[in-house]
Design a protein around this ligand. Structure first.
Ligand code: AHR
Length: 497
């Protein structure tokens, strides 16, 4: 069967918030230390302690927003331990992640500097689980107050007179689990209390983020929306694609059995149902869709690489992960009326990372290439699509052969992202390009594929899975006939002149 897709280039359905292409960096394993921060005295080339190679790659990918300092770490992080002269900073145990010593050399000033270097929006996650209202309130004052105040003076004494601009502020993380094992009723009350003291100073306007549900915990969403929707600007959702049957046996990132290909993609596709059902609950309390759903942790979670610290969550990243990324981003685009942000976990060296490092070496993962190819969707207008797609497999086991999304940017260019979920064969697609203004249509494309289901990049072979020009298409007026390579992510650019 040939897949048929109609792109209605004259029917926009809303703006794709660039923050859907966001990221997450936690004090976990080698994400912050070594991955981003090496310190000013390192032999690894750096700018004020931030590695130059990683920063350049992230800027190239147009990283729009970065969440920090956790994750579970956020609810045991006390921000005052991470300011002032580095030699005086308190050392602590990172109890969640490997029990290692955290020297707090990367703190508020270093994070804000990183965001300035990357030209991305900071998203700071406050501590509810083991912190106080005063501590959270003072952090916001320290970050954003301009004028004379105890926290502004402390900031000045630490070398930064001007306040920073901070928009996104999370009031706790996973408070149903590592953030305090709370019941939703209890957290809803705490959320109302804590957020009261998260103040807007001067022209800074905070977008307050409530901790939302784990996966399909619809009761948590219902309770939070019922009890606290008036006090929030967004609520989070966490969902990880864990290929195996349990958290104890998640499955290997490479060398996995062939049947795990489809199982993994099926689990990634579950994100669509989650967003639809959580959005339906949100619609009851917020029909105008003022409140954003932030999927601020998502991605694949495999067994750690053999021989690495189990608490560091270091995993390889293959073409299978690239497909999970492509499918998930297409789903977020489709729900851009509600999904205002998504943050893949995590940026460097942890879980579904876009970058892996080893000492001074760095490699871009297949997932990086998907984010780089998809950056054309950032802030573009989502386009209406009609599709008739072949189903692979039977009933509940079935998955579609193709996942698709399309947008139009402010220059009128249309971008179509297409994932071929079939690892065994190419996918034929007939694309009708409707509603394009202009007589002549030009198309070019880029594709990412591999010859193995676990194809990946290593420090020795860094470009094994890398984007190449896509030419397997022909154009007949406004009809485009394409053959997508097996297990591939392709982005087409359509220009009408
Ligand atoms: O991303 C790793 C962990 O997963 C985060 O710290 C936590 O929020 C989630 O359970």
């Amino acid at each position: 069967m040939t897949n048929r897709i109609t792109i209605n280039a004259d029917r926009a359905k809303g703006t794709i918030n660039r923050n859907i292409y966001g990221h997450f960096s936690e004090h976990l394993g080698r994400c912050i230390y070594e991955g981003l921060w090496v310190g000013e005295d390192s032999e690894i080339p750096n700018t004020n302690g931030i590695r130059n190679d990683v920063a350049a790659a992230l800027k190239q990918m147009k990283i729009p927003v970065l969440r920090w300092p956790g994750g579970c770490f956020a609810d045991e992080y006390h921000w005052k331990d991470g300011i002032g002269p580095k030699e005086n900073r308190k050392r602590m145990i990172n109890t969640h992640w490997g029990g290692v010593v955290e020297n707090n050399h990367f703190g508020t000033h270093e994070f804000m500097m990183l965001c300035e270097m990357l030209e991305c929006e900071p998203y700071i996650n406050g501590n509810v689980g083991s912190g106080t209202v005063q501590e959270m309130s003072e952090w916001v004052e320290y970050l954003t107050f301009e004028g004379v105040s105890p926290m502004a003076e402390m900031r000045s004494a630490n070398g930064r007179t001007e306040p920073w601009k901070v928009k996104y502020f999370g009031v706790g993380n996973e408070n149903w689990g590592c953030g305090g094992n709370m019941r939703p009723e209890y957290y809803a009350d705490l959320y109302r209390q804590f957020q009261t003291y998260v103040r807007n100073y001067g022209s800074n306007r905070i977008h307050k983020v409530a901790c939302g549900p784990n996966t399909d915990d619809y009761h948590w969403m219902e309770t939070l929306m019922k009890q606290a929707h008036r006090y929030m600007d967004s609520i989070t959702l966490h969902y990880y694609t864990v290929p195996g049957d349990s958290w104890q046996e998640k499955g290997a990132a490479t060398g996995f059995p062939e049947e795990m290909w489809r199982v993994t993609l099926k689990k990634a596709l579950f994100m669509e149902e989650l967003i639809r059902k959580h959005s339906a609950i949100m619609d009851q309390y917020d029909p105008e869709k003022r409140i954003g759903l932030l999927v601020d942790e998502w991605g694949t979670w495999h067994d750690v690489e053999p021989g690495t610290n189990p608490g560091f969550l270091y995993q390889q990243n293959t073409i299978r992960d690239a497909l999970v990324a492509g499918i998930s981003l297409n789903i977020f685009n489709a729900h851009c009326d509600r999904v205002q942000m998504a943050n893949i976990a995590q940026l460097v060296n942890v879980l579904q990372a876009v970058i892996l490092t080893e000492g001074e070496k760095m490699v871009l993962t297949p997932t990086y290439h998907v984010f780089d190819m998809y950056k054309v969707h950032q802030d573009a207008e989502l386009l209406d699509i009609h599709q008739s797609i072949k189903e692979m497999g039977e009933g509940k086991e079935g998955i579609p052969q193709i996942s698709v999304s399309a947008s139009k940017d402010d220059t009128g260019r249309v971008h179509i992202s297409l994932c071929n979920l079939d690892h065994q064969g190419g996918a034929k697609v007939e694309l009708e390009l409707r509603g394009l203004v202009g007589k002549h249509v030009f198309v070019k494309g880029t594709t990412l594929t591999s010859d193995a289901i676990d194809g990946h990049n290593t420090f020795e072979e860094a470009n094994k899975v890398a984007p190449t020009e896509f030419t397997a298409f022909s154009l007949d007026g406004h009809m485009l006939h394409a053959e997508l390579p097996p297990m591939s992510v392709t982005v087409l650019e359509v220009i009408a002149e």
